[in-house]
Design a protein around this ligand. Structure first.
Ligand code: PHE
Ligand code: FE
Length: 277
């Protein structure tokens, strides 16, 4: 597929080259899907599950991005572009701001089923693509890209990246049926799907923007706290705010460590903190 290059930067985009995937790579995808499938019913958010269905990525192996992009494009104007792996912040944000989700092309090896250092195509596509079907969430992601570019210019990226972490990657949502997972980092993890909801260890804290912007995170273990939104509109609405006064107001606010709570927190589950890796 020819990819239109419109950005005045190196966008890091490569061809997915779908025909080049080997049978053993498709087989790893199928194993990963089968594992997640067992955990997701009753735990993943309905919009996430609906997105999985709409994209038809449960059956078959590693999906062809071109096929997914027809479905995503019709729904919300998003598309997935292949990249070699992690890309620089400005490149990442520019893609999001233009409704392109950069996804790694490679898939993990059988030895990396449980842990890998960098997001692979399974995390990026299985974890992130389904919610891009939801128009409200899709708009939030686009706005986040613009907000990321702005934060880069303000030296505020460390703060803003916590918002991405605790929503897009590790977010929980309250529903009439109970708490559900919408974060890509959880839904694509073999162990964290059950841990996030069923373990008494982590805190479940009502989402609060400034609180989240102050909270450090762990990148190599299950989270010690998860933040719970009421609906995706809550994210969309905060994205409309100008963050400059918010960054300024937080300039002297101390960071909060993972697992720590503060007096203003509304705790839906006070964690026992008993889990240690
Ligand atoms: N609107 C925010 C700003 O002015 C940016 C933003 C968008 C932040 C979406 C988070 C999510 O900086
Ligand atoms: Fe991710």
């Amino acid at each position: 597929m020819a990819i239109a290059r419109t950005d005045p930067i190196d966008d890091h985009v490569i061809e997915q080259d779908w025909p080049a995937y080997r049978a053993d790579e498709h087989q790893i995808w199928r194993r990963l899907v089968a594992r997640q499938r067992a955990h997701l019913p009753g735990r993943a958010a309905v919009d996430f599950l609906a997105g999985l269905d709409a994209l038809a990525i449960l059956d078959g192996g590693i999906p062809d991005f071109e096929r997914l992009n027809k479905i995503l494009g019709r729904a919300t104007g998003w598309r997935i572009v292949a990249v070699p792996g992690l890309v620089p912040d400005d490149v990442f944000f520019t893609h999001l701001a233009n409704r392109r989700f950069p996804a790694a092309r490679f898939i993990r090896t059988p030895e990396q089923m449980d842990y890998l250092e960098q997001p692979d195509v399974f995390h990026d596509v299985f974890g992130h693509a389904p919610l891009l079907i939801n128009p409200v969430f899709a708009d939030y992601m686009r706005a986040y890209g613009a907000g990321g570019l702005k934060a880069l210019g303000l030296g505020a990226l460390k703060r803003l990246s916590r918002l991405y972490w605790y929503t897009v990657e590790f977010g929980l949502i309250e529903t009439a049926a109970g708490l559900r997972i919408y974060g890509a980092g959880i839904v694509s993890s073999g162990g964290e799907v059950a841990f996030a909801l069923d373990s008494p260890s982590p805190h479940h804290i009502r989402f609060d923007l400034k609180r989240v912007l102050r909270t450090n995170y762990r990148i190599d273990d299950y989270q010690a706290n998860y933040f719970v939104i009421r609906d995706y509109r809550e994210l969309f609405d905060l994205a409309q705010r100008d963050f400059i006064p918010i960054y300024r107001a937080l300039e002297n606010a101390p960071d909060i460590a993972p697992g720590e709570t503060v007096a203003e927190d509304t705790l839906l589950q006070r964690g026992s903190g008993e889990y240690h890796a």
